[in-house]
Design a protein around this ligand. Sequence first.
Ligand code: SAH
Length: 213
Amino acid sequence: MGMTSQRTRDRLIERLREQGIRNESVLEVMRSTPRHIFIEEALASRAYEDTALPIGQGQTISQPYIVARMTEALLGEGELPRKVLEVGTGSGYQTAILARLVEQVYSVERIDALMQQARTRFQELGLRNIRLKHSDGNWGWDDYGPYDGIIVTAAPPQVPKPLYDQLSVGGRLVIPVGEQGRQQLLVVTRTHDGYDSKTIDLVSFVPLRGGLG
Ligand code: SAH
């Protein structure tokens, strides 16, 4: 229990702050969302280390710092996004953080078993504003678009075109792009006449694959 206690979580939040995370709502939601329920029991004692961990099927739960950084970039400084699309539900941890900050989250995952596990966790946490789909996120999720924010938690070689199309004007897309092991974390903002793109970090995500798992 000690390893998953509130003190252990508080220490993680202090570290995130030291590393430059400034958005207080993001820090507060991460402080009060249990990360250990998103990983298998054998690894639960490591849940509040600032590290990625295996979640089965060759996938990983993202490092807390990266979750914080991407969430902060997605929210931006102005009005909060209302509708967010996530590609790569995985454990559901990033999804849960988003669901506590925005009105509605849509999330797609290509490995059905991971999606089902994530669904159970959302029920346990009482999160009702998440809609899930077993699908290839390279196509986005057209039915509910355009989205005020899109976040991708696996890395494609370049930004899939449907994600550009499903972003609303003024919306932000946060996505790691590049080859395995070294990717640029991009923030793409849709403007009235195009897209502005900037790199905010270097990251290492699992690849965004094609088709279903
Ligand atoms: N945010 C998740 C990250 C999991 S790793 C977490 O913190 O737990 C990335 C996830 O993206 C994996 O679950 C993987 O199966 C999924 N993924 C990879 N390619 C995909 C695609 N084309 N469409 C949807 N999900 C994809």
